[in-house]
Design a protein around this ligand. Sequence first.
Ligand code: FES
Length: 289
Amino acid sequence: MFDFLFGKKKARTLTIEGVDSPISLDGKETILKAALREGIRFPNDCRVGGCGTCKCRLVEGKVDELTESAYVLSAEDLEKGYVLACQSVPKTSVKIVVDRLETGAASHPVIQAKGTIAHRRPLTHDIAEIVVSLDRPFTYTAGQYARLSIPSLGEADRSYSFARACPAGGTSEVSFFVREVPGGMLSPFLAKGACEGASVVLEGPFGEFRLHTSARPILAIAGGSGLAPIRALLEDAASTKCDRPVVFLFGARTQADLYEVEAIEAIRRSWNGPFVFVPVLSHEPADSA
Ligand code: FES
């Protein structure tokens, strides 16, 4: 009863339906930050209140909202008590329900690792593979992505899909395909700058994209740096002797924009069933070889 007089604040907790233990809340962290800190695979994307991916239903407690959520959430959502987890700072202990809590894929804890860019390999005129050496093992499911930032360039982070399958037990070396976006914060440095040796911070893994268990044929379609998750996913499936029929369409403007073709051919040869690989070119001269 003297807490009020002595300024002692009551500990606040975050309870997520379907998650065993409540999470204690620190300072002014958002619901999303608290959940990710505990390794919960909470759906999220932009983290600035713009995409709605992190929406959740507040069933108990009160929150302060950092931005106006009515631009993103529908009137019906607001009526039902939905809030944006990335923009909601609990004022009291809260209980939420997350419609799309990521529980289907192998659950890997979200961690933050430090590392350096060990190597860059140019792939086309605007795409390069960067290989990052990490200070600790990192585990992910093929198809997932990580957020990468370069402290010397500021706090901005960008999301990149892992380009290779994750070895059993994790890996301390991860790679990404990065396409240069002119004027971009990170990609020009990663794709063409003197990035080797630069310190990086990696957070993840995130995302639900993965190969679902099934016997049905696989139609894979990729273009540009979007090859990364498909390459990782097929490489991973090939290593488990997957025999599902595959048709893989890889789109590019010209032959010069195709890359990793040999690696895809190697996956195709090791595949345990039918595998058709079709490069699709939109701007190749009609009379080219
Ligand atoms: Fe995009 Fe929260 S992650 S609105």
